[in-house]
Design a protein around this ligand. Structure first.
Ligand SMILES: [Zn+2]
Ligand SMILES: [Zn+2]
Length: 165
């Protein structure tokens, strides 16, 4: 079985300029591209050393709020591994508010997702200033695997996948 087909794969264009820009903002690695830090709109760091670990590195801590459920969820910092812990009570297709676990601020919406659930992409900012729109983005629907990476609001990398839950 093709490992990447199962997990989805983020395709980064083979351009040094884009790779350099991503690296400057803490996206490190090639096959194992991962974020080292992301920020809420108020500048709180959401990758902290005591977060749940994925392959030895701390995950991204999020507070997710559904219609009548809420949970702290950690997602893998590795962009090609769609692993997470927590959120066991959420169901496929649930629309979630993605909030900062520190200040409860909602992550900004950066655009629509074209999935069947009419989800929206929310951004995890790579900079302390979210107005720069450098971000890792993903759909706010539980179970929707879509996402991308944007620099100055422009999509520079998108997921391709055959993702199974
Ligand atoms: Zn915050
Ligand atoms: Zn979606």
């Amino acid at each position: 079985m093709d490992h990447f087909d199962e997990e989805g794969k983020l395709i980064i264009p083979d351009k040094d300029s884009i790779k350099n820009e991503l690296e400057k903002r803490g996206l490190i690695g090639k096959e194992d591209l991962h974020v080292t830090q992301v920020y809420c709109p108020n500048g709180h760091e959401m990758v902290m050393p005591d977060n749940a670990k994925f392959d030895g590195l701390p995950g991204i801590k999020l507070f997710l709020k559904g219609e009548n459920k809420e949970d702290i969820v950690y997602i893998s910092p590795f962009l090609n591994k769609r692993q997470r812990t927590g959120g066991d009570d959420f169901g496929l297709g649930d629309k979630l508010e993605v909030r900062c676990p520190v200040c409860n601020e909602k992550m900004r919406v950066i655009g629509p997702c074209d999935c069947q659930w009419n989800g929206e992409y929310v951004m995890l900012s790579l900079d302390k200033n979210p107005d720069n729109r450098n971000a890792v983005c993903f759909c706010d629907i539980w179970g929707c695997p879509k996402g991308d990476v944007r620099l100055a609001g422009e999509v520079v990398a998108e997921y391709i996948r055959d993702y199974r839950l």
